[in-house]
Structures are given as C-alpha cells and as structure tokens.
Design a protein around this ligand. Structure first.
Ligand code: BGC
Length: 473
C-alpha cells in the first residue's frame, strides 16, 4: 500500500469560528453583535434573507470547549483554528480611548497605535471574564499538544459599530455603518493591539481577517441572494468595504508584530472558477470574478496596490501598506459560468454536477489549481485554512477529504508549492450564517437540543491522515 507522506511539521487542524459555535446556553448569549441582531430580526427573517434559526441555540462551545478540544485531540490534530469575538472582549464602545492615527501622504490610515496609558485603559474596559476564558481555551488546546491558530476577525462587528438592519433599510442615513466608516478601522486597530498584547503568549499563528471578499461582496453586492448583512446590492460600497478591510489587515498585522514574531497572514476564498463555454464574454467574466474574488484584495494587502475603479489596472501604490507572512486559502468547490444574452444578468452559474447539501460542486483538482495560481502570482507560503463539505448524511465527506488531500499532496510534491498546513472546516456542525443549522459541515455531528456530539465515520478517515501525516492509497 502506497502512502503519500506530508512534510515534517505539517499542520493538521480543523477550523471553527466564534459566532458560529460559541453560543448554545442562555448564559453564553452574546447579543451585542451585528450578526446576532441580523439573524434575529423579524424584518430580515420575513424577507427570507436569513433562515430564522437563532444563533444562540448553537453548539455552546463557550462552555463545552473541553469536550470539543478533547475530540479534536482524539482525531489526531496538532493544530486548532478558532476565532475570538470582538464584542465579547469589548461589549461597550472604545471610542473614548485616544489612539495615535498614522496616515500616509494620500491621507490613508496606515497604522493605529496606543500609548501605554491608552493600552491600560483598554484593559480596564475589556471584559476580563471573556479574556480569561479565551486564555483557558488556548491553554487547554496547548496542554493537549495542539498549537493555536487564532483568527482575530471572522465577521461579526460589535453593535456599537454597526446597525445592520438600519443599514439595510437606509444606508445613507445610518451612522453606524460598519466597514464603510473609518471609525471602524480605528477601533479595529485598538482591539487588535489589545488582543495581541493579551493573547500573543498563547498563539502560534495569527490570521487577521477571514475572507474579506465574502464580507464585502456577499454583504454589499449579492446581499439579496446571500442573506449576508447588510443585504445590499451596491458594487461601489462593496469595493469601499474591501478597501477598508485591506487597510484593516495592514493595521492588525503591524499591531500583532509588536508582541510576537510568529507568522501572521489573512485568509481568502479563491474557488475554482471555469468558463462553461468559449464565448469571450464568459471568459472575461470568469477572469473578472477571480480578480475581484482574490487578486484585488491580495494586491492591496501584500503590496499596497489599489484598483478602486475596478478596471483590473492598479491605480495607486499606497505607501506604508503591504504585509503578510503567508496567504490562507479557503477552498470548497468549482463554479462554472456561461454568458447568456437572455438571462437577467447575462451570466448564469451552472448547476453542480457532484453536489453537496449546499449545492456546491465538488471538484478536488480545484484545490491544486488554486494553490498554483496564488503561489505563482504572489510567492508567499500558503495554508489551506478551510476545506470542507455540507453533508448531513456523511455519505460524501470521506471521499471529499481523501481526494482533496491527494490533490494537496500533488501541489506540494509535484508542483513544489510551499503549503504549511490543512484545516478542515469544520470540527463540529455549526451556525451556517444566513442558512442557519441546516448545513452540516462537522466531523462531529451536533444534536442542538441536548448539545451532544457524535463522531461521524468520515472523522476516522481524517484521523488516520493526521496521525500518520500521510494519506494511504
Ligand atoms: C467561512 C465559514 C463558513 C464556511 C462554509 C467559509 O466561507 O469562513 O464561516 O461556515 O465557509 O460556508
């Protein structure tokens, strides 16, 4: 039997996010985020933008983290990816604490710093119980021999920065407009500095922001289809948000590095997009989607190159912007498009061939292709920070895992792409944003009534890979 061996020290993990897993018991309720308000809003539910499932009925990871980390250990992980919730640490506004705001010659914010007194003040208003609870979680993971990959921002904003329902109804007249507002950047700088200070001892790899392009496009351009807050269809706003998230990454990167020298990067989700026919319009569209879905942000975040009029030509190099140690890739599926004069938007996405419960098209060679694309262009070490399948019956997950990991091995060993780790999405079933609890991505099934976790057969397949640092063929 052949075995495809992975490099020594390869990170084998799973990924979860705070909002999608923490709540589940009434005392875990964290009502101070925009996503919580959005998912619970009667208006938004009745427009069918979201499922109506309540995020507070979820996994209860906040209380049950030991069970979940024990399970993670049992399936052989050596690394654990999770995120922290900004609003748990700062449930109340940090506006009053003065920051040093650094700008470049174009008046673009390039750094946010706090003097010792301000940093102390941040500590005074931070929620100590939450900070200590996160430290307990990191310590427990480390005591089991897993290192910690921490995402600082996996989507929800504190309510004191974003009122998603009013933004949905009247974006022009809502002051709390989240990532459209420079104030959010400034507060993000304060939060990331404080979080780096208190958590850097326990974290082995940092991710600043998860999928900035999903936040901006799903929320501000495909808002009526995706159900992502604030549910808008405005390309200009989507680009403005993406722009600010690139600045936010740069600010956070610098802040984390004040306390640690471990790798810091961001995560993006370049799917395998292909043209379903050879019409030039189809081919151009696919190129444009790849560009907006990945290259636009990467150019800005790693080089300070901005293309604000989105003509696929860089308009501006911003000084004092451009930092990363690695690029995180979240790969799930293939998307096939065709240009069609008769459809409403001229572009049709073809139905999946080998479908997940989400109707995403399973396509393992895509992971290799995407890794080649991003590495050829940007030359940074890469991590697969997410890869997984909504499959409640667990009938396709085993094959999904094996086939993607085989292609990952090809990328590392044949194409010589420096991929440093693989994180499966997800350890446990969780709250799938606008879709709620219907989509089940977990290696462990969760019964949301009694919070019991049950291992799925596919988890044993992943366990064997992690424990042997290889894939048996
Ligand atoms: C996100 C996760 C999400 C997963 C499956 C990724 O885009 O980071 O939060 O649950 O995909 O949709």
């Amino acid at each position: 039997m052949a075995i495809l061996k992975f490099p020594e020290n390869f990170a084998w993990g799973t990924a979860i996010s705070a909002f999608q897993t923490e709540m589940g018991n009434s005392k875990d309720r964290n009502p101070k985020t925009d996503w919580d308000v959005w998912a619970n809003s009667g208006d938004i539910i009745s427009k069918k933008l979201v499922s109506g499932d309540n995020p507070e009925d979820g996994d209860g990871f906040w209380d049950m983290y030991k069970t979940d980390l024990d399970n993670a250990k049992k399936i052989g992980l050596n690394s654990f990816r999770m995120s922290i919730e900004w609003a748990r640490i700062f449930p109340d506004a940090t506006f009053d604490i003065p920051a040093n705001i650094k700008k470049n010659e174009n008046n673009t914010i390039t750094a946010i710093d706090l003097n010792d007194k301000s940093l102390l003040q941040m500590g005074k208003i931070a929620d100590k119980d939450s900070v200590n609870h996160y430290i307990d979680i990191f310590n427990y993971a480390r005591s089991l021999g897993m290192n910690v990959l921490l995402t600082l921002y996996h989507w929800p904003l504190p309510l004191w920065l974003h009122d998603p329902v009013n933004c949905h109804l009247n974006i022009q007249n809502t002051d709390k407009n989240g990532w459209l507002n420079d104030q959010t950047l400034i507060e993000f700088g304060k939060y990331t500095l404080y979080a780096s200070k208190v958590f850097s001892k326990y974290v082995d790899i940092w991710e600043t922001i998860n999928e900035p392009e999903v936040i901006s496009f799903n929320g501000y351009f495909y808002g009526d289809e995706s159900g992502f807050l604030p549910g808008l269809n405005n390309l200009e706003l989507a680009v403005q948000v993406l722009h600010n998230l690139a600045l936010a990454h740069n600010i956070a990167y610098k802040n984390i590095k004040k306390f640690t020298s471990v790798p810091v990067g961001f995560g993006i989700a370049p799917q395998y997009r292909e043209a379903g026919n050879s019409k030039p319009e189809t081919i151009e569209y696919v190129k444009f989607m790849n560009y907006m879905g990945s290259d636009w942000f990467i150019n800005a975040a790693v080089n300070g190159y901005f293309d604000n009029d989105i003509d696929m030509v860089i308009d501006k190099k911003e000084n004092d912007i451009g930092n990363t140690d690695y690029i995180g890739i979240d790969y799930y599926s293939r998307e096939t498009y065709v240009y069609d004069d008769n459809s409403a938007n001229n572009i049709v996405k073809l139905p999946c061939k080998n479908c997940t419960d989400f109707d995403w098209d399973i396509y393992p060679p895509g992971i290799r292709s995407v890794l080649n694309w991003i590495y050829e262009k940007y030359r940074f070490p890469l991590y697969i920070l997410e890869n997984g399948i909504a499959d409640s019956s667990d009938s396709k997950r085993k094959e999904y895992i094996k086939e993607h990991i085989k292609e990952l091995w090809n990328a590392i060993n044949i194409d010589k792409i420096p991929v440093k780790g693989y994180y499966h999405w997800s350890l446990i079933d969780n709250f799938e944003w606008a879709k709620g609890y219907g989509m089940r991505f977990g290696l462990f099934e969760v019964d949301y009534q009694n919070k019991k976790r049950k291992i799925r057969p596919s988890a044993y397949v992943y366990k064997e890979i992690c424990e042997s640092n290889g894939l048996k063929l």
